[in-house]
Design a protein around this ligand. Structure first.
Ligand code: SAM
Length: 452
């Protein structure tokens, strides 16, 4: 959930709540920027808002259900304040379109991810007594010229959207339909955003795209900038600015990208490389365009070129026709890679996707869940093992804030993205880099103390 408070001219109050991927959270910062320019101010309390926006996710059925439940709560607030405007933004708006206005009577505005510039106009339409919708997808929109308002920010880490949409055809996935065709943002505007952030005290940026490895932009002189080039450009903004990125695609991640990571000490040694399944047959059905051997080859390249790189992943259990042996292949690829972290899901059929059209969703729900639990248990063991390896070593940590449990402890992350907690000492403050020796760990956190 994202909220923030900013002062501005005429004080109509905006509340934004975001669900789903980092890209959605980043988009909400674009939306806030567009509306603050119109005189809105943001509020952390939806009950006092004039406009409520929910930035939605369609990736799994339960993500959509959560939004519908939340809309009921907003509906109750609207009954008390009939002038309140409720808008649905993002992927679910794009997927459900005008039907949203029929199904959810309390919703006034439906806006897809490429139509946020139209929001002031859509709000005016609602002010005039109509309901408003714009779900037109674009081949060009990247919001490159809009400077995001950092919502709920720790003042140290920020997202930068480097591209939009997705051209992959993963058979399980709705993103292609809800976010449109892939387009890359002008690298100059990306570097400028990173420079502005650094000047304002930020010390880490995460470059976001559905598939960052296919980033490609032809500039006015005809030079083609690929993801490796972009990574180097952002890393060169300042050696004190950490650079992370997400998501990498196994079919597209090149050795050039890996060498660029290795060559820049401020590009973090951490790659999120979704595998989805360890079985080549299932990967083919998923239309992932790589097989088990190809994925293993990419992992071997990462280990060779960036020896201490943390690798995380996404895994889907119980995809159409997945057998018990194929599920075992997923468990065995997990043993091979030993991921530092994983996002794990039971397959959820999404209307309109290739899989929904072509294949039976035939793995029983209890089998999907049991396989998911086996994957979760294995990942828990691997995460713990990975953290134990980090005990006794010194880590460069960027202080991001205080630990959730106590303001006597700082928290931050090391290069490999592990959460590190350590006592507040000396004159160190949020935004500083410190060397921390790992002394022990819980299942998800390294615990240590500052050594310099
Ligand atoms: N663009 C990235 C990629 O291609 O790997 C990730 C996109 S998606 C926003 C994040 C993750 O959600 C996917 O990697 C996948 O594991 C999961 N996911 C997507 N569709 C799903 C579905 N229908 N059921 C279950 N999990 C799904």
């Amino acid at each position: 959930m994202l909220e923030n408070q900013r002062k501005s001219k005429d004080g109509r109050k905006l509340y934004i709540e975001s669900y789903g991927c980092q890209m959605n959270f980043s988009d909400s910062e674009i939306v806030a920027s567009i509306l603050l320019d119109q005189g809105f101010q943001t509020t952390p309390d939806y009950k006092e808002a004039d406009v409520i926006f929910v930035n939605t996710c369609s990736i799994r059925e339960n993500a959509e259900q959560r939004v519908r439940n939340r809309l009921k709560e907003f509906g109750a607030a609207k009954l008390r304040n009939p002038g309140m405007i409720i808008g649905v933004l993002g992927c679910m708006a794009e997927r459900v379109k005008a039907k949203f206005l029929e199904e959810e009577k309390l919703v006034d505005i439906v806006v897809g991810p490429d139509a946020y510039r139209d929001l002031p106009n859509l709000i005016r339409q609602v002010d005039d007594g109509q309901r408003a919708i714009n779900v037109i997808l674009s081949r060009e929109e990247t919001y490159a010229d809009i400077s995001p308002v950092r919502l709920n920010s720790n003042g140290v880490t920020a997202f930068i959207s480097i591209m939009r949409g997705c051209d992959n055809m993963c058979s399980f996935c709705v993103v292609r339909f809800t976010r449109g065709r892939e387009r890359s943002r002008d690298p100059e505007s990306i570097v400028r955003e990173a420079e502005d952030l650094f000047r304002n005290g930020y010390r880490e940026v995460t470059l976001l795209g559905q598939n960052v490895d296919s980033y490609k932009f032809k500039d006015s002189s005809g030079r083609v900038v690929n993801f490796a080039n972009l990574l180097a450009l952002v890393a060169e903004v300042n050696p004190e600015l950490r650079v992370r990125f997400s998501t990498s695609h196994p079919k597209d991640i090149t050795d050039e990208v890996l060498h660029t990571i290795a060559a820049h000490s401020n590009v973090c040694n951490y790659i999120h490389l979704p595998v989805q399944s360890g079985s080549s047959r299932v990967l083919k059905l998923m239309n992932r365009t790589y097989d088990r051997d190809w994925y293993i080859n990419r992992v071997d390249a990462i280990r060779r070129i960036i020896p201490d790189c943390g690798i995380s992943t996404d895994i889907i259990t119980g995809f159409c026709s997945e057998t018990e042996e194929e599920h075992q292949e997923t468990l065995s690829i997990m043993d091979y890679v030993q991921y530092v972290y994983a996002y794990m899901f039971a397959y959820s059929e999404r209307p309109g996707t290739l899989a929904a059209k072509r294949y039976d969703d035939d793995v029983p729900e209890d089998v999907k869940k049991r396989r998911l639990q086996e994957v979760v248990d294995k990942q828990r063991a691997h995460s713990a093992l990975r953290l134990q390896h980090q005990v006794g070593k010194v880590h460069k940590v960027l202080i991001e804030g205080f630990s959730k449990r106590s303001d006597k402890d700082f928290s931050g992350r090391n290069d490999q993205n592990s959460m590190v907690v350590f006592p507040v000492t000396g004159n160190f403050k949020v935004g500083d880099y410190v060397n921390v020796i790992g002394e022990s760990c819980t299942s998800a956190t390294l615990i240590g103390r500052i050594v310099s």
